[in-house]
Design a protein around this ligand. Structure first.
Ligand code: PNS
Length: 161
């Protein structure tokens, strides 16, 4: 049986914390799909195609990782991929309440689905896409936060370069 996992998120933009979770999750399952949520109700900095291609680029070195966009419910996307495991990173206790609620709801809707929580590497426990955008919007240093390959793309969005 092939163990398929999905690491879902907005990834607007992808951070070093996300990459850390992707690298570790890829070792837990046979096939990992990074599922990028195409949420039309939310204004994003990067388009869905930009987010997918950035993640493809920075995960190209990991053999069993695919990147795909999805809209609608995560459980439906999981069913389409025949995937059983949702991967989510937990940075702090503050993440836990909502994440537990979502995980339990998803399993209620589809009992085949299980969520695996990975403790975020201490180095990235403070990090979020929101922090990246805040620093970048003032032209601040984001080299600690995002993979080198996408630094300039983030600055360009704010008219720096
Ligand atoms: O990176 P994020 O924004 O914290 O990711 C949240 C995400 C995409 C995992 C979550 O919002 C999600 O799964 N959305 C898809 C819609 C869905 O299935 N909702 C039901 C669970 S609340």
């Amino acid at each position: 049986m092939i163990r398929r996992g999905v690491y879902p998120g907005s990834f607007d933009p992808v951070t070093k914390g996300h990459v850390d979770v992707i690298e570790r999750a890829a070792k837990l399952v046979d096939e990992l799909t990074v599922g990028v949520l195409n949420n039309s109700a939310k204004i994003s900095l990067f388009s869905i195609d930009e987010r997918v291609s950035m993640i493809e680029e920075i995960t190209a070195h990991i053999g069993n990782v695919k990147v795909s966009s999805f809209d609608g419910l995560l459980v439906d996307f999981m069913k389409k991929l025949d995937a059983r495991f949702v991967i989510r990173g937990l940075r702090a206790v503050s993440d836990f309440e909502l994440e537990l609620q979502v995980a339990q709801s998803n399993t209620l809707v589809n009992p085949e689905v299980d969520t695996i929580f990975l403790a975020t590497n201490l180095q990235y426990s403070y990090l979020s896409s929101t922090v990246v955008k805040e620093f970048a919007s003032y032209g601040g240093d984001i080299s600690h936060f995002v993979p080198e390959a996408i630094i300039d793309r983030v600055y360009e969005k704010y008219g720096f370069k």
